[in-house]
Design a protein around this ligand. Structure first.
Ligand code: NAD
Ligand code: AHE
Ligand code: ZN
Length: 369
């Protein structure tokens, strides 16, 4: 079939809206009509050329919602008409990682996913007879996409996909990082670096966990109003101080915070986040994705004196078993999604959505088909 898609033909170039050829689903695969997709900073990161796994041309996008159109041989967990959220962290339930009960990092399709191909090593998308690569196992910047069955969460069809698409990455990652990775407890203090969708979702999760002080940090003060509305108790702009931001946070709290979260992808800020964690027990969670070649550093003394450095992918959430419940939470209002959607645009204006992100004007721009 033909499908309309926003294609990343080369790094650093705007996406082009073209008609692609799309092959039907093979064994264990599912054809999905995407109804909505948001842009995550990771899409911009890969488009920039900084992603070691970035391959071009590709259909980017990994924060979507859609409806199953057709299933391939052997697919039993979804059927045409089901409402689904594509997962960049699959859940097969059978691999070493799924069976461990210790992680959400399923490896069933991860190796081929990282190369931009389906599990059989080929692409379903093509343009003028040449392959166009998949992205993060999702490729939601296409009106129709093919994904592995293990990469689909089946969700309540009554849910609003303009909002629930955000559970495909950003909001789930932030909330999951609080509950699954950091395990924030009532009264704990929290510092959040970066107030995009991920950081704001961390704040929302911290509020759910009944955290005490929630310190929201961003170099763009336009982000503070929504951070406060989500539950931040203090807002800090590092540019307002002539000392390192970690020192500012330590001075605000006495000994540092119980939990800090880096939601930017900046290795210097990752260091600051670690170093503002409480002596003896503070922990810092890396969520941001740093560019190729970047490395983190700190004085080992920071860890010797009891701080823990951690990281999280998709907030530790197991997509097929846990995302349906998070959609229900959103429908009940226990997860608030509407405030994240600052813009809605049709697919042919997707490059404007990237501009809004880079200008710091959007939290999430949702593309509709
Ligand atoms: P975003 O661009 O919407 O938000 C980033 C925020 O950081 C902005 O508000 C920006 O003003 C702020 N910022 C930039 N530099 C700063 C600095 N030096 N100090 C303080 N604030 C600064 O991005 P997003 O979509 O919220 O994603 C955030 C990061 O999380 C990205 O790196 C993304 O790739 C990553 N991410 C990781 C996962 C995961 O599973 N680990 C999932 C989703 C996104
Ligand atoms: N491809 C990059 C790493 C990118 C990365 O860290 N991705 C996060 C999700 S970002 C979602 O917006 C992640 O979950 N990583 C774990 C995984 O299995 O992909 C690189 O450095 O090669
Ligand atoms: Zn993302």
């Amino acid at each position: 079939m033909k499908t309309r898609a926003a294609v990343a033909f080369a790094p650093g170039q705007p996406l082009k809206i073209v008609e692609l050829d799309l092959e039907g689903p093979k064994k264990g695969e599912v054809l999905v009509k995407i109804t909505h997709t948001a842009l995550c900073h990771t899409d911009a990161f890969t488009l920039s050329g900084d992603d070691p796994e970035g391959v071009f041309p590709a259909v980017l996008g990994h924060e979507g919602a859609g409806i199953v159109v057709e299933v391939g041989e052997g697919v039993t967990s979804v059927k045409p008409g089901d409402h689904v959220i594509p997962l960049y962290t699959a859940e097969c339930g059978e691999c070493l990682f799924c069976k461990s009960g210790k992680t959400n990092l399923c490896v069933a399709v991860r190796a081929t996913q990282g190369k931009g191909v389906m599990p059989d090593g080929t692409t379903r998308f093509s343009y003028n007879g040449e392959p166009v690569y998949h992205y993060m196992g999702c490729s939601t910047f296409a009106e129709h996409t093919v994904v592995a069955e293990v990469s689909l969460a089946k969700v309540n069809p009554e849910a609003n996909p303009e909002h629930t698409c955000l559970l495909g990455c950003g909001v789930t990652t932030g909330i999951g990082a609080v509950h699954n990775t950091a395990k924030v407890a009532e009264g704990d203090s929290v510092a959040v670096f970066g107030l995009g969708a991920i950081g704001l979702a961390v704040i929302q999760g911290a509020r759910q966990a009944k955290a005490g002080r929630i310190i929201a940090i961003d170099t763009n003060p336009d982000k503070f109003a929504l951070a406060k509305e989500m539950g931040a108790t203090d807002c800090v702009n590092p540019k307002d101080f002539d000392k390192p931001v970690q020192q500012v946070v330590v001075e605000m709290t006495g000994w540092g915070v119980d939990h800090s979260f880096e939601c930017i992808g900046n290795v210097e800020v990752m260091r600051a986040a670690l170093e503002c964690a409480h002596r003896g027990w503070g922990q810092s969670v890396i969520i941001g994705v740093a560019g190729a070649g970047k490395e983190i550093s700190t004085r080992p003394f920071q860890l010797v004196t009891g701080r823990k450095w951690m990281g999280t992918a998709f907030g530790g959430v197991k997509g097929r078993s846990q995302l349906p419940g998070m959609v229900e939470d959103a429908m009940r209002g226990d997860i608030r999604l509407a405030p994240f959607v600052t813009h809605t645009l049709p697919l042919d204006r997707i490059n404007e959505a990237f501009d809004l992100m880079h200008e710091g004007k959007s939290i999430r721009a949702v593309i509709h088909y």
